[in-house]
Design a protein around this ligand. Structure first.
Ligand code: URA
Length: 213
C-alpha cells in the first residue's frame, strides 16, 4: 500500500535519531479475510519492498499453503515498516581487517510507538476480517504485555479491542472497534527452534475453521 506523504513525514519526524532504514510497504488486498502482522522488515524486505520476502517469509508461505492460501490472498505487514539495525565492528578473516556490519535487530518499544501512526492507518484502510498477530512483538503492540507466546499461541480472541495510538500520540489506548485476533508464533521462530514446527502447523491449521465462517 502506498502511504500518504504526510504520514511518512510524520513517522520520519517521530523516528529521528533511531537506527531505522527505509520503508517497506505492507502488501495485499483491501478487506481481506486475514491481515498478517509481523515485527519489522529485514534487509531483504527493504531491498525488494516485499514484506516477508526472506527466510522467515519462506516459512510463512509454507504456513499459508496449509490453508490453501497464497501471498496474494492475504494482507501482510508488520508493526514497524523500516528495518531496525545495529552497528557492529567485526573482524573479516578474508579481508584481514575490521569491518562495520549493520545487522537486523528487533524494534524497540520507542520505535514501535514512532511507527504507530503508520500501522494504525494501514489497519483502518485494510479493514480485515481477522488479524493474525505473529510473534510477541506484534502481540504486545496490539494487546499490551499480558500475553506469553509459549502459552498463548494458537488462541483466537473474538470481539477484541486493540491498542492504538492515543490522541496525544505519545502512548496507546484501547480501540472502540473490535476484531477477531489469532495469536501465532513469528514465522522465524521455527528457524531457531525446529522442534516448534509441528505446533506451528497445528496452530495455522486451526485458522482454517475460522476462514469458512
Ligand atoms: N519479519 C517481520 O516481522 N516482517 C517482515 O516483513 C519480515 C520479517
Amino acid at each position: 500500500m502506498k502511504y500518504p506523504e504526510e504520514l511518512l513525514e510524520e513517522v520520519k519526524e517521530r523516528s529521528q535519531g533511531m537506527q531505522l532504514e527505509g520503508i517497506n510497504e505492507g502488501a495485499g488486498p483491501i478487506n481481506p479475510k486475514l491481515m498478517l502482522v509481523g515485527e519489522a522488515p529485514g534487509r531483504n524486505e527493504i531491498k525488494t519492498n516485499i514484506p516477508f520476502n526472506g527466510s522467515s517469509g519462506k516459512e510463512l508461505m509454507n504456513s499459508l499453503s496449509l490453508l490453501g492460501l497464497k501471498r496474494e490472498d492475504v494482507y501482510i505487514t508488520s508493526v514497524v515498516r523500516s528495518r531496525p539495525y545495529s552497528k557492529k565492528v567485526v573482524f573479516d578473516k578474508k579481508l584481514n581487517k575490521e569491518i562495520i556490519k549493520y545487522p537486523n535487530r528487533k524494534p524497540t518499544k520507542k520505535e514501535i510507538l514512532a511507527h504507530a501512526p503508520l500501522f494504525d492507518y494501514e489497519l483502518n484502510q485494510v479493514n480485515p476480517k481477522m488479524i493474525v498477530a505473529m510473534g510477541s512483538t506484534a502481540i504486545s503492540r496490539l494487546l499490551g504485555p499480558g500475553y506469553k507466546i509459549s502459552q498463548d499461541h494458537g488462541k483466537v480472541l473474538k470481539n477484541q479491542s486493540i491498542l492504538q495510538l492515543n490522541e496525544k500520540k505519545n502512548s496507546y489506548e484501547w480501540s472502540n472497534k473490535t476484531y477477531t485476533l489469532i495469536l501465532e508464533y513469528h514465522p522465524a521462530a521455527v528457524l531457531y527452534r525446529r522442534k516448534l514446527q509441528e505446533e506451528i502447523q497445528k496452530d495455522w491449521l486451526h485458522i482454517r475453521a475460522y476462514l469458512r465462517e
